[in-house]
Structures are given as C-alpha cells and as structure tokens.
Design a protein around this ligand. Structure first.
Ligand code: PLP
Length: 369
C-alpha cells in the first residue's frame, strides 16, 4: 500500500532544550515577570536594535497598550488594512476608536500604501500597518507619510519577527512595533507578545499598565494608573529566549522551504506570493490565491482528504459580523483585494519540522488540482 504522508497546516517545533529551560523555571519557583522576562526583553531589544522591549501576555495586548499609551480613544480614527487577523481591528474598537479600513495590495497582502493618504482626516490618530505573513508593508513610504501628518505608526508585526525592509527589522520603523508568540508564529511560547519602542516615556507607561498600574517611586510601590494584568510568565520568556538563539536558522529553513514551493508549484490556478526586492520575507505563512475557477473550500477539503492541512490565511475584517453590523461597508466594492485574499486565499503547510520532500509532495498534489 502507498504510504500517505500526514502534513498538518502547522506544528510548533518545541525542542528538548525548550522543554528543559521551561522545567528549570518551574523548579526555580519564580514564575511570573522575573529574571527570565528581563533577560528575554534585553535579548530581543539587542537583536532588533531597539531601546525598549516590553514582554506582555500576547500580541493583542501589545496592540491594545500601544493604542492606550498613545492616548487614542473615542472620536479618534486609526488606519488599518482591511485584510489581517481580526485582532488588528478589534483593539481599535476596544479603546473606543474607529478603524478606518484600507484595501491591500494583492501581490503582497499588505496595506496599499498609495491609498492611505486619502483616508487621513483631522480625526486620524495613528496608522497601523500589518506586516502580513512575515513580509514588511511599504514601511519607508508609510513612515514618510506619517511624518507629513505628524502621526504615530504602530506596526502590527505579530507574524514578522526577523523580517526586514532595506535591511532594517520590521517593528523598528514605527513608534511602536508589536510581536506575537502564538503557536502559529515562527517563535512560540504558547501565548506571549512583545512591544518595542525607542521612546522611553511610552515604554515606562506600557510597563506600568501591564502590571496593575504599579510604579516604583523612591523604592515604594505606588498604584498610579488603573492598569491591566498583561504580564508574561518566566517560563514563556525562557522559551522565547531559547528560540531567539536559533532564529536565524529558523528563518533560513523557512526560506528554503518557501523556495521549494516557489519552484515546484506549477499549477497556474495557484497564484504564488511575490517578494519585493528590498524585503526579507520570513514566511510565517506561505499564502497563495486560487483562481476563481476553483472553490477554495473544496480545495481545502480535497487536500484534507489527502492528509494535507490548509486553511484561509486571514480575514477581510470589515466583512465579519461585528464590523458588518456596526459599519455596513460594501466590502466587494471598497476592498476588492481584501475580499479576494479572504475568499480565495490559502495558507499552505510550512514549518521547521517539514523537509524539502514534504514540501515537494504538497506541491505535486497541488499540481494535480
Ligand atoms: C497573530 C496575530 C495577532 C494576535 O496575536 P495574539 O498573540 O494571538 O494575540 C495580531 N495581529 C496579527 C497580524 C496576527 O497575525
């Protein structure tokens, strides 16, 4: 009988060393926001070349605190891409502001930077580009535009740790850069996030708000704000720290695997992702767009029957129930590329545990569809 490979969409690569550093923390008795969190923050800040890295409970809480510390709230508008993971728009709603959706470029799945300016009004308080699937948005252009209007940029770089534009890391272009360590990302601690910035005042505010509003004043603990509990545990930080040691290998492996898809997918009904010359893609997701002659959900089922896990990559956010009810936007007309990516997009398996034969196998099956 022919041996069938079972290739799920994702499977985090947790090494024996990752497990050891976690158990070491568990044995130490110091579980939350201790030495390991401080070490990881320092390590990540050094890797990215930023002044401040602040560990938080997940990617969503990093975006939430970025908006809060910038003073964004009711009556304000924040520009976001229409196509992203839903958290990008949810956090804008959570602070009482209004997300202003801008369509994406279908080649990169990132916000169409040429369409941003026309959406800027007197109410605009920030631009929040997403570095989708591990690829930088047009960050240099976006920063230039933001400077012209004196607006902060919050980079949602949840899935793009290690990605670059013009040799500069994503997350370090804007006022804030946000990262997630969810198991779908290249480095994971189960849950976890880090917010980075070069602005000390903002960093101090984030540190206070993540920990119940506590500030140490002259050696005394004072409660100076109505804060959250958005802390990270030390065992999560130890895992992230350990994986940061091998991040270059992780990215290289992902690039090798993505190249095999690039070379071996020959089915013209599968549009492959493009990478602009000045960018380093980390391939958190290998995302293709299916020709309209294919029914995406049927393709997912066909591949599932062959034990290959695939799924849609992200949402057209204004098309989701909550946003549809609240803003009633005609998504087909306003965000055609986001709708195309949402309805015809497909994320393929790509992670460190796979090898070139596995990727070639998936490509060959795709070529028969
Ligand atoms: C994963 C992701 C988030 C949310 O991160 P969590 O750690 O799951 O909260 C936000 N934005 C984007 C673009 C993401 O991919």
């Amino acid at each position: 009988m022919e041996k069938v490979k079972n290739i799920p969409l994702m499977s985090p690569d947790i090494t024996e060393q990752d497990i050891k550093v976690v158990t070491d923390v568990l044995k130490s008795g110091m579980l939350v926001q201790g030495k390991k969190v401080a070490e990881m923050e320092e390590h990540l800040a050094k890797y990215l070349g930023v002044e401040h890295a602040i560990a938080l409970s997940n990617g969503t809480s990093t975006l939430h605190l970025a908006l809060i510390t910038l003073g964004i709230g009711p009556g304000d508008e924040v520009i976001v891409p229409a196509f992203s993971y839903i958290a990008t728009a949810n956090v804008v709603e959570l602070v009482g502001a209004k997300p202003i959706f801008v369509d994406i470029d279908i080649d990169t799945f990132n916000i169409d930077s040429h369409q941003i300016e026309k959406h800027i009004t007197s109410k605009t308080k920030a631009i929040m580009p997403v570095n989708e699937f591990g690829l930088a948005s047009e960050l240099t252009a976006i920063i230039e535009l933001a400077k012209k209007y004196n607006l902060p940029v919050i980079e949602d770089s949840a899935c793009a740790l290690g990605a670059k534009e013009n040799n500069k890391f994503t997350g370090t272009f804007g006022t804030f850069g946000s990262f997630s360590f969810h198991p779908r990302k290249a480095i994971t601690s189960g849950e976890g996030g880090v917010l980075v910035t070069n602005n000390k005042d903002l960093a101090d505010k984030v540190r206070i708000l993540r920990n119940h509003g506590i500030e140490i004043q002259n050696g005394n603990m004072e409660f100076v704000a109505a804060g959250f509990n958005y802390r990270m545990t030390d065992f999560q930080a130890a895992m992230i720290n350990n994986q940061l040691e091998r991040i270059e290998n992780i990215i290289t492996k992902r690039q090798e695997l993505a190249n095999i898809y690039n070379q071996n997918i020959k089915n013209p009904k599968f549009k492959k992702p493009t990478v602009p010359n000045n960018k380093l893609h980390t391939w958190q997701t290998y995302h293709v767009v299916l020709d309209k002659t294919l029914n995406r959900n049927e393709v997912i089922t066909d591949l599932k029957n062959k034990a290959i896990g695939t799924n849609y990559g992200a949402q057209c956010m204004p098309h989701q129930q909550y946003f549809k009810k609240k803003y009633n936007l005609n998504c087909e007309e306003l965000f055609p590329n986001s709708m195309l990516a949402y309805t015809q997009g497909l994320a393929l398996p790509l992670y460190e545990k796979l090898n070139s034969d596995d990727i070639n196998y998936v490509a060959q099956i795709i070529n028969t569809l």
